[in-house]
Design a protein around this ligand. Structure first.
Ligand code: RIB
Ligand code: CA
Length: 318
């Protein structure tokens, strides 16, 4: 039986590719995709999610809207990276046919987790607002989730919004704090420390034989790759969110270690910074599996196998 999955996204360019991987892997029973404000507004993230599901004809996957703002702060959109539409201008003229389900994402999370106790994997690739709201409303869900994997934070390198903060934890640090201290027994952080090594290049795109998917990914990442070239001199772009989905498919592509991790929420300079207690200075119980190394070659082999329809299945590398 396929593993049950809920994806929570702020569909931007990399979230969209993460959705493609999850669907095309055919490895999950995707109970639903919940949306949140982040890269773009909640409405735009929801529209983009529906467009991606239309692209792969996944009309059977419910889309449920969540929080339109962070818990306490104002939204902080990232149009500079993701474009005005959030998909780098791809699928601009496409009409949307995928419906948006009734309900509110935190309630959908609670109901799904309690209905399938111990079976649901949560993959979060945007700010953690919806999960924080679900935990506040129903704290016991932490005992019924199979595992949580979230793309967010950075523990050794520099941030990508401020010198210390990564975008998802910067947008809603209060939500991240609630999630970090909720008591999830198995929660894995996929931060910039590893996602920056998951760089999609033209060579990867040339290996994708599904023309529709190859053309979509090339179009949506074109500006993203150019921005990366302008900063680093290489035409590439980091597959932040797809790596989080990849880890849900095969935990072996990263090396993790469990530490006590907290997040800054009251600092002029460092709000949103994940603070990892590598030396156990605070003598607190480890609460987070931190991803420290990634086998980027294994990830991209799986990435291409999935998009070409050759994926052998969860936990299996070709
Ligand atoms: O820092 C990268 C993360 O922020 C990704 O999830 C990207 O989509 C943005 O949400
Ligand atoms: Ca995202």
């Amino acid at each position: 039986m396929k593993e049950k999955l809920i994806l929570d996204v702020d569909t931007g360019i990399d979230d969209a590719i993460g959705i493609l991987l999850a669907v095309k892997s055919n490895a999950f029973d995707i109970l639903g995709i919940t949306t949140v404000n982040g890269n773009v507004s909640l409405d735009q993230a929801t529209k983009n999610t529906c467009k991606i599901l239309d692209l792969v004809k996944a009309d059977y996957i419910p889309v449920i809207k969540g929080a339109s703002t962070p818990l306490l702060r104002k939204p902080f959109f990232e149009h500079r990276i993701h474009g005005e539409d959030g998909l780098g201008g791809a699928l601009k003229s496409e009409a949307i046919t995928h419906p948006v389900s009734d309900g509110f994402a935190p309630d959908f999370l609670i109901n799904s987790i309690l209905s399938f106790s111990g079976e649901v994997t949560l993959v979060f690739t945007g700010p953690l607002t919806n999960l924080a709201l679900a935990v506040k409303k129903c704290p016991q869900i932490t005992n019924h989730v199979k595992e949580v994997i979230f793309m967010g934070g950075v523990v050794k390198g520099s941030g990508n919004v401020t010198p210390t903060a990564e975008f998802n934890t910067y947008v809603d640090p209060e939500a991240a704090k609630i999630v970090l201290h909720a008591g999830f027994p198995s929660i894995t952080q996929v931060g910039l420390d590893v996602t920056r090594k998951a760089l999609l290049t033209k060579n990867h795109l040339d290996l994708i034989t599904d023309k529709i998917l190859a053309d979509y990914i090339a179009t949506s990442t074109n500006d993203y790759q150019q921005k990366y070239f302008n900063r680093y001199g290489v035409h590439a772009c980091a597959m932040h969110d797809p790596l989080a989905v990849g880890i849900a498919l095969n935990k072996g592509i990263v090396e993790t270690e469990k530490y006590f991790v907290d997040i800054e929420t009251r600092s002029e300079l460092c709000d949103g910074q994940l603070v990892c207690d590598f030396q156990n200075r605070l003598n607190k119980k480890a609460n987070l599996y931190v991803s420290l190394k990634v086998d980027d070659q294994a990830f991209f082999q799986m990435f291409i196998d999935i998009l070409n329809g050759h994926f052998l299945g969860k936990g299996v590398t070709s």
